[in-house]
Write a protein that binds this ligand. Sequence first.
Ligand SMILES: [Zn+2]
Length: 235
Amino acid sequence: MRIVFSPHLDDAFISLGGAMLAWKEKKEDVGVVYVFSITNWMKGKPDKNPETVTAIIKDEVSKNLDATGIGAQMLDIPEIMIRSPSTKERHGEKARVDIVAEAEIFDFLEEVIMQIVEQGGGKDQLYFPLGIGNHIDHIILRAVAIDLVNSGKLDKKNVFFYDDLPFYPEHPTPGDIIIDQRLTSELIDIKKQLKKKIELISGYKNLSSANPKLLEECAKSYVDKGCNERVWKYK
Ligand SMILES: [Zn+2]
């Protein structure tokens, strides 16, 4: 089974929507684990009530899961805007982060991931965000994956990192991580799936980054000028 770890409710389909559709077409089992799935962020009209906003956004995501037959698990950890309520800026590097709380989340995520891995008999292929765009919620998830690999708890041949769209190519790819972890990239051709992916994403009217035109540009921007999503694996 392929399991995509999605920091926020929009990330899985935005970054790997084409790949997930292609895997499903090949009759592979695909699942998503939504990690920071409590949100108070809505495009255009930031509503302060996480309960209302989360319900709306989850409804959008559920429709896509139903339409594609992809299963999902929601961990319901509040995203950074709710964990650090005084934060004025949305992005991690500018956020005031409660280090103790973040360390607890780190440990909790390691436990959850290891439980999931045990359920799959250690055979599942796990996809984590590479952290392009530097959002703290993406970075935590990446750090957890790297820690589990480096401590020998996860088999590195089952661990992959995906480009966080639509932050590629505008934001730099984290070269230090790629070099330290000895990662190598692989393009996934999504020419046949792009139209459907854009259709699915277009339903995300309340999510800030779900700009279909931008995603189309992302898919076409990779080196071979084809139509791709990109993942990174250990050498
Ligand atoms: Zn995200």
